[in-house]
Design a protein around this ligand. Structure first.
Ligand code: COA
Length: 192
């Protein structure tokens, strides 16, 4: 049985391995472990995992609004400062963190529904077996239990996973840039 601390580290490691070209992995394992802890603890976000024995096979995270998540991260200031220590000397990374925060609270993001699938990852050894399908259904059920009938997915245009969301029935409703020069598709998934 994995401890909560191990689960958050497992999710962080799987995120880093699954989306190596993403920005968040550059913030390091400690930062991502704290992020997954806060996603699990905050009232507005959810972390759903699937394990096979002690191995994390996949996870999905969702949010009905991110302000609680940011508050939860700030409520662990010591861990947050230690986790971000390697980053504070990189102006480029600080600028990207700022872009994420300004995107989350900006008018473009506000023009779409607040509920969002944040990340879905399946361990590469377990792909193509319907694991992401079942995690997606669990997230939809979690949203339904919170009376949410649609949610947004923001995904880099260059990422293969766009096809996964299309297969789920999500529809592209727009495009935006979280980071300058990197276009993302905005999907909306309606929940029946
Ligand atoms: C995207 C991802 C989660 C899919 O996981 P998976 O468990 O292999 O997906 P499933 O087996 O449940 O596939 C469900 C359906 O989507 C399709 N699909 C999944 N990934 C696909 C891809 N990269 N390209 C095209 N179709 C894909 C499958 O063919 C399947 O369709 P079918 O039911 O008609 O056969 C996995 O490839 C992954 O972790 N990728 C890296 C992380 C990532 O990019 N996440 C998304 C950004 S947040």
């Amino acid at each position: 049985m994995r401890s909560k601390k191990q689960i958050y580290r497992d999710a962080a490691s799987l995120h880093i391995a699954s989306i190596p070209s993403g920005f968040l992995p550059t913030l390091g394992l400690n930062f991502l472990s704290l992020m997954y802890r806060c996603i699990d603890e905050a009232a507005s976000t959810v972390l759903i995992t699937k394990y096979k024995d002690d191995q994390l096979v996949g996870f999905v995270t969702g949010s009905v609004g991110k302000s609680n998540l940011y508050r939860s991260m700030l409520s662990h200031p010591f861990v947050l400062i230690i986790a971000l220590l390697p980053v504070v000397f990189s102006i480029k990374k600080l600028r990207k963190i700022f872009s994420i925060l300004s995107h989350s609270s900006g008018s473009v993001r506000a023009s779409y529904p607040a509920p969002e699938l944040l990340t879905i990852c399946v361990n590469s050894s377990f792909r193509g077996q319907g694991i992401a399908d079942s995690l997606y259904v669990k997230l939809c059920n979690d949203f339904k239990s919170k009376s949410v009938n649609e949610f947004v997915i923001i995904v880099g245009k260059a990422i293969d996973a766009n096809q996964f969301y299309i297969k789920q029935g999500a529809i592209i409703v727009g495009q935006l840039q979280v980071h300058a020069g990197a276009d993302s598709n905005v999907f909306i998934q309606r929940i029946s």
